[in-house]
Design a binder for this molecule. Structure first.
Ligand SMILES: [Zn+2]
Ligand SMILES: [Zn+2]
Length: 260
């Protein structure tokens, strides 16, 4: 169930609330990402300069992303697209877990599709950033933002055809996704060796994993964990060697670096 106070909002007020919440999450996560980049300077991933005006370009992408996502979520809530109704911690946890897994599957296919010649036009904006920053995560074209909106709204719609989903479980996942996406594009490696093993990366990637996607293009399409890349054979074998190099305080000096 959507909380009653939310259900009573007009279109304009709903849009304002969704935008305010997304902007707040974006600012908080970006501050955290930039703080990580300062605190962990000794674990920089790429020692390669940003392009001229990169932050400004990425900020524009964030405005595009937040506008599309706000419009999509507002419409979904006002039109009652998703069947909410499950309440309580257990239902919240199940909805969160379903979104967590569902989005990884959905995103791998969306991302892989956007790397085909026909759809690359949608994805070039995100790849303008060869070295990433916390602002890179949401720096996308309007077309790519629509793809993300399909995941954020279409997945819970699909789930709710089977059983009602938890509003707070869904909101919790969107917050988690946003934080992970933004902080995860920081150009430093905070992952501890215990969390960077092959076993652990079934659940969450080391930051270098997606950094390599921006540097090299044709692999590492996963969101959050290596799961889908491992299943579909799009994982590069040399990322653990590069991880070791980075945490030893030797950042990658060029986008073309390879490990053994
Ligand atoms: Zn890509
Ligand atoms: Zn990226």
């Amino acid at each position: 169930m959507i909380p009653d106070a939310l259900g009573a909002l007009s279109w304009a007020h709903m849009a304002l609330l969704v935008a305010a919440a997304w902007i707040a999450a974006t600012v908080l996560a970006s501050v955290q990402g930039f703080a990580l980049e300062r605190l962990l300077r000794a674990r920089k991933i790429f020692d390669v300069p940003l392009f001229d005006g990169q932050y400004r370009f990425e900020l524009a992408g964030n405005v595009v992303f937040i506008t599309v996502i706000t419009a999509s979520i507002t419409a979904a809530l006002k039109l009652g697209v998703i069947r909410f109704g499950a309440t309580g911690w257990l239902a919240g946890g199940v909805t969160f877990a379903a979104m967590l897994l569902g989005f990884q599957v959905f995103y791998w296919f969306l991302h892989r599709a956007m790397h085909t010649p026909a759809l690359l036009v949608l994805h070039r904006w995100h790849h303008r950033s060869q070295v990433t920053t916390p602002l890179t995560g949401q720096s996308v074209s309007p077309g790519e933002a629509v793809g993300w909106a399909v995941g954020f709204v279409g997945l819970p719609w699909l789930f709710s055809l089977i059983a009602p989903v938890s509003f707070w479980g869904w909101v919790g996942y969107l917050a988690f996704n946003t934080f992970g996406n933004i902080v995860g594009h920081s150009n430093v490696e905070p992952t501890t060796p215990a969390a960077a093993t092959r076993a652990a990366t079934w659940f969450a990637n080391a930051f270098v994993f997606h950094s390599l996607h921006h540097a090299r293009w044709n692999g590492h399409y996963s969101f959050q964990s290596a799961l889908m890349d491992r299943l579909f054979g799009t994982e590069w074998k040399d990322w653990p060697a590069l991880y070791e190099r980075i945490i030893a305080g030797k950042p990658l000096a060029s986008l073309k670096e390879h490990g053994e």
